[in-house]
Design a protein around this ligand. Structure first.
Ligand SMILES: *Cc1c(COP(=O)(O)O)cnc(C)c1O
Length: 485
């Protein structure tokens, strides 16, 4: 990938190159003729790890092996030189690549690329935040000699608290790179009017955490491309089982695999997935052609936000059942959301699946349970909206805390995507650091409780919420009775 033209290729090296080209050819054929024809569940279960792979290279292990090795040894100097010049596929050193992360990356590239007519690639990262950094930094490089070149990018104001901090503190405050927050991303003119010649990319989280923001991916991607800019989407909340932004024109997707992709909660992981030939004004052919491979083998090699092989396999193992889990979790959330919407102590319940949600129709155009039409149970496309929702408690902030503290089975944690139901109060946790101003921008009122509904029977989750809500409902009975009329 780098510097091949400076290297003198000996006949010994050429043998390695030929052998590895033959391997790449076999892999492309296998992806094109076999894997790309599978349904989503088959891809999620197997990814690129085949029976042949297992028998030839991994002693028949039916699970992808965990390669807890810092580095790879080479047969001779020819192979080493080819490998370090990236003339042959290599993993070399676990900061750069590793066979376990390789299988995790391919599974995600194929899942996000399901239904997409073209090639996709993935670069694993140690966390979702590292994935965001990995995805945005290559667009913020200096393109001319002078150091004080103004640079800006656009991003949805409703986003994860960590993303807000990375953009507003690390990039804006500390590096002078302007983040232009888009408060209403459904307003295409709001995006269009903020783009200028110094804009490097458009960034959108959807559905957003926790405010359930959404936007028209295709319209924003078209706008970005008309300015020769890429659209980067954070697909953490939707997951590829419900939403695949690459199919709608996004150039790059980031995932915090920590969340619904690792439902078990066994650790932190992330990924950047790109389609080939992204749109960008940055004059860098390697980066344009295969962004994920570029960031993996060059910038991230030098920065080091790599994923641990053990974590890669733990997460990969969770991802195999993603479709059926997201279906179940979405259905549970729908039931809980309907209950909360009707509870007298609840001011409002926000869930994209509720017809009362202002973005319900827009989200319904994009959020579908993958392959529902091939599912025996459904036999037709069905909308699913994930398991993140939120609700506001009536009355003062103390009421919100009382409901929160009164929960008996639901876990109080700054976490989501779990098989166990989890709640948090964003204003005092995930979105605490950005201050009142930032919270207002992101639409986070102090009485908002974020709820991520798990795999428990929804009736039990509802019972827990009901008993906690009834504590404040009974203590403010008079006003409630008044409100009911
Ligand atoms: C949690 C989260 C992140 C950050 O991911 P980590 O794995 O915690 O670093 C990014 N985006 C969204 C939407 C998230 O929920």
């Amino acid at each position: 990938m780098a510097g091949a033209d400076e290297i003198h290729i000996t006949p010994g090296m050429q043998r390695y190159i030929d052998r590895n080209n033959a391997y790449l050819e076999r892999r492309s054929t296998y992806i094109r003729d076999v894997v790309k024809k599978w349904k989503f569940d088959t891809i999620a279960v197997h990814g690129l790890y085949s029976v042949e792979d297992a028998l030839d290279d991994y002693q028949g292990s039916i699970i992808e092996p965990v390669f807890m090795s810092s580095s790879q040894a080479y047969r001779d100097s020819d192979e080493m030189e080819c490998a370090l010049a990236y003339l042959i596929p290599t993993w070399c050193y676990s900061r750069i690549a590793n066979p376990s992360t390789y299988f995790y990356e391919w599974a995600l590239a194929l899942m996000e690329g399901y239904g997409f007519d073209g090639e996709t690639s993935c670069c694993s990262t140690s966390s979702g935040m590292a994935a965001i950094m990995t995805a945005v930094q290559p667009f913020l490089v200096h393109t001319e000699q002078h150091v004080h070149e103004p640079r800006n990018f656009l991003a949805t104001a409703q986003c994860y608290g960590g993303t807000f901090q990375q953009f507003s503190i690390r990039l804006m405050e500390e590096r002078g790179i302007e983040c232009r927050w888009i408060e209403d991303p459904t307003d295409i003119d709001a995006w269009a009017s903020r783009i200028d010649k110094n804009t490097r990319f458009l960034y959108g989280e959807l559905p957003s955490n926790p405010a359930q923001g959404f936007f028209d991916i295709k319209a924003v991607a078209d706008l970005a491309h008309s300015h020769n800019l890429p659209l980067i989407c954070d697909n953490t909340v939707g997951t590829p089982a419900l939403l695949r932004p690459l199919c709608h024109g996004a150039d790059i997707v980031i995932e915090s695999a920590t969340k619904s992709l690792t439902t078990s909660g066994f650790g932190v992981a992330g990924a950047v997935i790109s389609r080939n030939n992204i749109t960008t004004t940055i004059d860098n052919p390697q980066m344009k052609e295969n962004f994920a491979a570029y960031v993996k083998y060059l910038p991230n090699r030098d920065i080091g936000p790599n994923l641990h092989p053990m974590q890669a396999i733990l997460t990969l193992n969770d991802m195999r059942t993603l479709r059926s889990k997201m279906d179940m979790l979405s259905r549970n959330t729908m039931k809980v959301a309907k209950f909360l919407e009707g509870h007298p102590a609840v001011e409002s319940a926000e869930y994209l699946g509720l017809p009362s949600h202002p973005l319900h129709e827009l989200a319904s155009r994009y959020m579908w349970l993958v392959d529902a039409e091939y599912d025996e149970l459904y036999g037709k496309p069905v909308n699913r909206y994930g398991h993140l929702m939120s609700f506001c408690v009536k009355g003062d902030v103390q009421n919100t805390r009382d409901v929160f503290d009164g929960l008996q089975r639901i876990w109080r944690a700054t976490d989501l995507g779990r098989i166990k139901s989890v709640v948090t109060i964003p204003a005092i946790s995930t979105h605490q650091q950005q201050g009142e101003e930032g919270r207002k921008l992101a639409n986070i009122p102090p009485n908002l409780i974020r709820l991520c509904v798990g795999g428990e029977h929804p009736d039990d989750t509802i019972a827990d919420l009901d008993q906690a809500l009834n504590r404040v409902a009974s203590s403010t009975k008079v006003s409630m009775a008044g409100a009911a009329k």
